[in-house]
Design a protein around this ligand. Structure first.
Ligand code: PLP
Length: 405
């Protein structure tokens, strides 16, 4: 029989967060090793429970959730999203502009599939949440990475963004708050991105899935609230703000200059219809979550568990010689830099393998986020303080031995 090969469409697609190093970790677990998984922002497995009211309402609604829904989603949760976008000051959003999905992930891929032809370029941040790069490639487009500047709190380098715009550029992706850096962009930066989009007629895709996971009293601005003469597509969901990633509940909002986007919107509607609908229990959860008690505040505010863990992770990591890090203002991750003079790493995937083999701690190498050099990695700060002290202690001892190699 002929070998069965994967599609050529996948040639440029990669997703290292669940790639070969995690696969190695899985094998080690099968062999009986206990692995500390700092590779995924999966809050529930670290004891961050979803709000009770979401679980309760989903259970109560299960008997009503057995049928297909409207392709874009049920009316009530979409209405809840509409109110949410009003709260974020995104103007002119109607129910029809809102799509519910099986997590934001499904909608991200859908939004790119509906847009791109071969040769179309999309500006994606480096480092990025790698689904974006993968979704652009899978959709036949070309991801072009603009650099975020570590020296400037990981804000997008607007000059680099400008330089990378070509006649083929269709859109700019903005991940704010950012995964993996934990950056939170000020309005001035967002306005500069808008100005570029305005000059070059680009769509802005805004991934705002961490918009409530904010530390130190910071506030988040939806980029779509800052202009109405540009087409925006904004993504959000329950996975992080409501610790419910297993419920696969997300949404996408089309706003701004929609008049010239009728054809694109038709494409989105067609793709939404083809997948029939998002899972109905997740849709019920959206309605409850957005209208309910915003308990994330208890975790990120003064004395909150996530805040404490962020501070501890920052301290433990930056205490390691040659390791520096911009302190995250938001989200669940740290993206520390390893001084190349002290840690001359040629292949950071190998570094991640070695660290896993020696410490049983699973991290993700920086190049897995399309970062430009093998000198960063990403960890989540989700384990409780005892587990984190233990895991980061092992990382520190590994780094010490690495320096002496
Ligand atoms: N966008 C970003 C920036 C993320 O970090 C993640 C998940 O980690 C997602 C989207 C995917 O979210 P969902 O669980 O809603 O598919």
């Amino acid at each position: 029989m002929r070998p069965v090969q994967k599609s050529n469409k996948l040639a440029e697609v990669c997703y290292e967060i669940r790639g070969p190093v995690p696969e190695k970790a899985r094998q080690m677990e099968e062999e009986g090793h206990k692995i500390t998984k700092l590779n995924i922002g999966n809050l529930a497995v670290f004891g961050f429970d979803p709000p009770d009211e979401i679980v309760h309402d989903m259970m109560v609604n299960l008997p009503n959730a057995a049928g297909y829904t409207d392709s874009k989603g049920m009316f009530a949760p979409r209405k809840a999203v509409m109110h949410y976008t009003q709260g974020k000051k995104i103007a002119g959003v109607a129910i029809d502009d809102i799509y519910l999905g099986n997590g934001a992930s499904e909608l991200i891929v859908m939004s790119m599939n509906a847009l791109l032809n071969t040769g179309d370029e999309v500006l994606v941040p480096a480092p990025d949440y790698p689904l974006w790069t993968a979704a652009v490639s899978l959709s036949g487009g070309t991801p072009v990475h603009y650099v975020c500047d570590e020296q400037q709190d990981w804000y997008p380098d607007i000059d680099d963004m400008r330089k990378k715009i070509t006649p083929n550029t269709k859109a700019i992706v903005v991940i704010n708050p950012n995964n993996p850096t934990g950056a939170l962009y000020p309005d001035e930066i967002l306005l500069q991105i808008i100005e570029l989009a305005r000059q070059h007629q680009l769509i802005i895709y805004a991934d705002e899935i961490y918009d409530k996971v904010l530390y130190d009293g910071n506030e988040h601005t939806s980029i779509a609230s800052l202009a109405d003469d540009i087409l925006f597509v904004t993504f959000n969901g329950l996975s992080k703000n409501y610790r419910s990633c297993g419920y696969r509940a997300g949404w996408m909002v089309v706003s701004g200059e929609k008049r010239h986007a009728k054809d694109y919107i038709e494409g989105l509607n067609m793709l939404a219809s083809m997948r029939l609908c998002a899972n109905a229990p997740g849709q019920f959860a959206i309605q409850t979550a957005l209208g309910g008690y915003q308990s994330i505040q208890d975790l990120v505010g003064p004395g909150g568990r996530l805040l404490k863990q962020r501070d501890l992770a920052y301290q433990l990591l930056t205490d390691i010689p040659g390791v520096t890090c911009v302190k995250p203002k938001a989200a669940l991750y740290m993206f520390p830099r390893l001084d190349p003079k002290i840690y001359p790493i040629a292949d950071d995937q190998q570094f991640a393998y070695d660290l896993l083999a020696e410490t049983k701690v699973l991290i993700v190498q920086g190049t897995g986020f399309n970062w430009i050099a093998p000198d960063h990695f990403r960890v989540v700060f989700l384990p409780n303080t005892d587990d984190m002290t233990e895991a980061f202690g092992r990382i520190a001892r590994f780094m010490e031995s690495y320096r002496k190699r």
